[in-house]
Design a protein around this ligand. Structure first.
Ligand SMILES: Nc1nc2c(ncn2[C@@H]2O[C@H](COP(=O)(O)OP(=O)(O)OP(=O)(O)O)[C@@H](O)[C@H]2O)c(=O)[nH]1
Ligand SMILES: [Mg+2]
Length: 489
């Protein structure tokens, strides 16, 4: 994703606003599309906001309103509003322009993007603007700047270069309080019940996992859990972390890291071996290529993975080369044993605020085919340590951290899943030794995946039993179909 306001500029805005506050991104045209409708959907009624424009001269400017945006076709009265310039033609050059006519500080119009001042001082755009090359040619104007704001000797050209070709436009909600303090805010009561964080508890969960067998009355020997999500979200690290726990030391069997393209290029159905007993757990963690911003998901390939047609170790090297029934290794008649039994979306908890629409759409499209198959979905919310400094110090603070609670609620809402389906985890990534708390959180998440997988396997058995009891009507012959067609009303 392109621009995101630099910390130094955020600090400058906090100084101008004049009270401890921080920012949460509400709307970003490069992510959400440039349309007045979307702007109002995301920003109306959200309280104080900062609007930031980044033009192709490398100038950053915008405006602050302490009152909410609305679509009332009326001016917004705001004595605290101001316009600002943060950077001019590539160089940091911050200036604040206080409102001079508070009664017309902003203008709320359902067909307009963010608009400041009577006249208007800054009218960003109206309707919908399509991207042209690497910028959005906004159809508003900045030539009237100075009508409702005091320009202190500056002009539209020294504030904006008279240029409304922007690489991005962002609107941030201004939230009272210092971010660090808010992130560290401890809740009086845990937001989710959690038992103990003891060594005994860890052993107990480990034993439960070792004793796990998929629901009886099937020939399914292992539950298949598919890890899906954006590149770099921590899919391979989740497998490595679980593997480390049963290995008794930190290992990194699956390649992990941060690159522009997915580090994982081979579809793997990893088994996990408990090194103290030499036994394998009755589950497979299926690790796959990460979703990429500019690369379409191959729906057919995904169906093959879900339905168990794709073998272990299939190279997903080139997303342009499709897997077909002719590809060597294709499993023609997969059994329930080969199918995926639970899907775990692995989502980087530190990016829930800036997840692109593109990636979200990919997940939502996928959810449709998962729902059609009745496949249970879970979210493994990773990188908790990056969401909350307290959790970074000690993961046993996870369930009293308001920042983690917010992230869980947010992702549950975005994906339309119950909050209980979102499981916060911290992968082993920087540790040299196993830690009780980290392992408990990871293993509890795995236990939940297995519960869900069991539900699915059970449901498939029920379905099969009722199909055997009530066989489906045989397919109508073409002759009958033809007769029915001829005599239809
Ligand atoms: N701080 C922190 N970093 C993590 C966590 N989980 C994973 N990482 C780091 O995030 C980066 C990406 O992790 P991977 O496990 O390779 O991510 P992936 O989802 O498998 O990515 P692709 O295979 O590229 O699709 C690595 O540098 C990991 O060390 C976590 O819980 N906390
Ligand atoms: Mg990976």
């Amino acid at each position: 994703m392109s621009e995101l306001l630099q910390k130094a500029y955020m600090d400058q805005l906090v100084k101008w606003i004049g009270r401890p506050c921080h920012f949460r991104l509400l709307y970003k045209i490069s992510r959400d599309g440039c349309s007045a409708q979307t702007f109002h959907q995301k920003c109306d009624g959200q309280g104080p906001t900062v609007t930031v424009l980044y033009n192709t001269n490398n100038t950053i400017f915008g405006g602050y309103l302490s009152q909410s945006w609305n679509s009332d076709l009326d001016y917004i009265n705001d004595a605290n509003a101001f316009l600002f310039r943060l950077q001019y033609t590539g160089a940091s050059n911050p200036l604040k322009f206080a409102v001079s006519k508070a009664a017309s500080a902003g203008y709320g119009h359902s067909s307009y993007g963010p608009t400041f001042g009577g006249g208007h001082d800054i009218h960003t755009f109206s309707g919908t603007i399509n991207k042209s090359g690497n910028y959005f040619p906004l159809n508003g104007y900045v030539g009237e700047i100075g009508n409702s704001y005091n320009l202190n000797g500056q002009s539209s050209s020294t504030i904006t270069n008279d240029n409304l070709q922007v690489t991005d436009l962002e609107v941030y909600r201004v939230i009272d309080g210092d971010e660090q303090q808010i992130q560290q805010r401890k809740m009086d009561k845990p937001w989710r019940e959690h038992t103990e964080w003891t060594e005994e508890k860890m052993k107990e969960i480990k034993e439960n996992l070792l004793a796990y067998k998929p629901v009886s009355e099937t020939n399914v020997t292992a539950a298949n859990i598919l890890l899906l999500g954006q590149i770099g979200a921590g899919k391979s690290s989740f497998f490595n972390s679980i593997n480390s726990i049963f290995r008794g030391k930190i290992t990194s069997k699956a390649c992990s890291g941060s690159f522009e393209h997915s580090v994982t290029t081979t579809y793997r159905q990893y088994k996990i071996k408990d090194h103290s007993s030499g036994k394998f757990l009755n589950l497979r963690l299926c690790d796959s290529r990460g979703f990429e911003e500019d690369c379409a998901l191959d729906a057919q390939e995904m169906s093959f993975i879900l339905d168990g047609n794709i073998p272990d170790c299939y190279q997903q090297l080139n997303p342009m080369v499709r897997f077909t029934p002719k590809t060597p290794g294709y499993i023609k008649n997969p059994e329930l044993e080969n199918k995926i039994h639970c899907v775990a979306f692995v989502i980087d908890g530190s990016t829930t605020d800036v997840m692109s629409n593109n990636i979200l759409q990919k997940i939502k499209d996928l959810q449709i085919s998962l729902n059609q198959r009745g496949l249970p979905q879970i979210v493994l919310l990773t990188k908790l340590d990056k969401i909350c400094p307290d959790v970074n110090n000690d993961v046993t603070n996870t369930f009293t951290s308001s920042a983690v609670c917010d992230a869980v609620e947010k992702i549950a809402e975005i994906l339309g899943l119950p909050r209980a389906h979102v499981l916060p985890v911290k992968n082993y990534e920087n540790e040299s030794k196993l830690k009780t708390g980290v392992s408990i959180l990871l293993m509890e998440a795995l236990e939940r995946c297995l519960d869900f997988a069991d539900d699915y396997i059970d449901e498939q058995l029920d379905k099969k039993a009722s199909e055997e009891k009530w066989p489906q009507a045989p397919e109508e012959s073409w002759l009958l179909k033809g007769i029915r067609y001829l005599f239809r009303k």
